[in-house]
Design a protein around this ligand. Structure first.
Ligand SMILES: Nc1ncnc2c1ncn2[C@@H]1O[C@H](COP(=O)(O)OP(=O)(O)O)[C@@H](O)[C@H]1O
Ligand SMILES: [Mg+2]
Length: 436
């Protein structure tokens, strides 16, 4: 805006300079024409007649000088008198050639021309002075420039006000987002941002709310986990304390109590170990990835499991492949599945372990011919501390399958119960896109 005003101002004032110049030449030409065709015998007569005939407009004035002194003045009231400026009159009075120049006056800058009057061969003793008031000519341009300044300032002010309003309205939801985010603390994750409309800001609010949903779910799960773990660990402590308090001096009773306490302690130990595995499962160093031979893996699991119980142990089928995975964690997962299979079968029942690679996807499984998983439990049993409805406390804390799931997830895979034709259960771990 400032540049526009400055440039416009310069263009307009340059124009007024040349307009003053033009006017001056025009009047001078008119005078020359008049003088050439005049029959006047003296300069006084010529000047008088011309000044009478020729009316100056608002932005000019004419006067004459005879013998070095101001003589007749043109008609009208000029914005400023220059014939009364003695120094000026003296400086131009002797002119024998047409002279032009710029000069300051009471009415601003003027362009003047001095035209000597010569009749015949006689020496010059009179001059006509034509004065153009440049600043008066420039007045309309000045008014226009002033109007431009006012309009520019007004436009700027309006634009600034509009910007302020619009950004205020735009930023209001973001401000609300910020203050909500500030108010939300770990303990109160229930707050949500009010979302109106469907613009980007609303979208941001929605994304933020979704993030809060996830955070809240994570915190709730964490709290539940801690509750369950505490509960699970408190039970053996209560049992141990009860038995120790009631223990008599009878050596046989003491022996029984000792066995029971050791049993409960080892159970606590197992729970703590399992909890540590689960706690570690989110961390990047959970897996130590190396080359794993699937046949060796399966055969080793069966060899380890065989002494656990008297069952019909089988290797179903195994892929002759080497994959990149964490062999120890996979063994740990399969051993959890095998331990479950043992618990849910009777002596002499069949338990089979196997592996297969199909389309770059590895499947590891443990199947048994036991009671099977009730349909109602299929989705639930992989959760932490989730036990089948018919499970007694002593049998486990319900962490086994969640460890299996953590190991599968850490490999980018999954675990599920696969429906079978016959009786029993079949658990499959699938690891996708494993390089052979
Ligand atoms: N092979 C299986 N046959 C039948 N039910 C099973 C089998 N494996 C697991 N389940 C069910 O899944 C539940 C969860 O198993 P798990 O997470 O290992 O916990 P836990 O073994 O401590 O009970 C078990 O309580 C049981 O009800
Ligand atoms: Mg188990």
């Amino acid at each position: 805006m400032i540049a526009v005003v400055v440039v416009t101002w310069q263009v307009l004032s340059a124009r007024s300079d040349s307009a003053a110049d033009r006017e001056l030449s025009h009047e001078a030409a008119k005078f020359r024409g008049y003088a050439a065709s005049s029959a006047a015998r003296t300069p006084e007569e010529l000047l008088e007649r011309w000044l009478q005939l020729n009316l100056p407009n608002d932005s000019e004035t004419f006067f004459s000088i005879v013998d070095g002194r101001p003589y007749r003045r043109g008609q009208g009231a000029p914005p400023a008198r220059l014939d009364t400026d003695e120094a000026f009159v003296r400086s131009i009075a002797g002119a024998t050639e047409p002279t032009y120049g710029w000069k300051g006056s009471a009415a601003g800058k003027v362009r003047y021309g001095v035209l000597p009057v010569q009749l015949g061969e006689r020496p010059v003793r009179a001059q006509l002075v034509i004065v153009e008031f440049r600043d008066v000519i420039a007045q309309p341009s000045r008014d226009a420039a002033k109007a431009l300044v006012v309009v520019a300032a007004g436009t700027l002010a309006l634009a600034a006000a509009a910007c302020w309003l619009v950004t205020g309205r735009l930023l209001a939801p973001i401000r609300q987002l910020r203050s909500t985010a500030e108010r939300i603390s770990e303990s109160d994750l229930r707050r949500r941002i009010e979302v109106v409309g469907s613009d980007d800001v609303a979208q941001l609010g929605r994304t933020f709310n979704t993030m809060l949903d996830r955070l809240e779910a994570a915190f709730v799960a964490q709290r539940e986990f801690a509750d369950n773990a505490g509960h699970e660990l408190r039970t053996p402590i209560t049992v141990i304390r009860g038995h120790l308090e009631l223990m008599s001096d009878d050596p046989a009773d003491q022996e029984r109590t000792k066995a029971l306490v050791l049993d409960e302690l080892s159970r606590m130990n197992r729970i703590v170990d399992d909890l540590l595995v689960l706690a570690k499962s989110d961390r990047p160093d959970f897996l130590a990835v190396a080359e794993v031979n699937l046949t060796e893996l399966v055969v080793e699991v069966v060899a380890k499991a065989r002494p656990m119980a008297e069952r019909q142990w089988r290797v179903d089928e195994t892929a002759d492949a080497v994959v990149t995975a964490d062999g120890q964690r996979l063994t740990q997962a399969l051993m959890q599945l095998v331990a479950n299979a043992v618990r849910h079968t009777e002596p002499g029942d069949r338990i089979a372990v196997g592996s297969r690679v199909l389309d770059g996807q590895v499947t590891l499984w443990v199947s048994d011919a036991g009671r099977g998983v009730p349909a109602a439990d299929v989705d639930r049993i992989f959760d932490r501390f989730a036990r089948g409805a018919d499970q007694a406390r002593a049998e486990g804390a319900g962490l086994g399958l969640s460890i299996v799931r953590s190991i599968a997830l850490a490999h980018g895979g999954s675990v599920q119960v696969v429906p079978q034709n016959g009786p029993g259960a079949r658990f499959e771990i699938t690891l996708p896109e494993v390089r052979e």
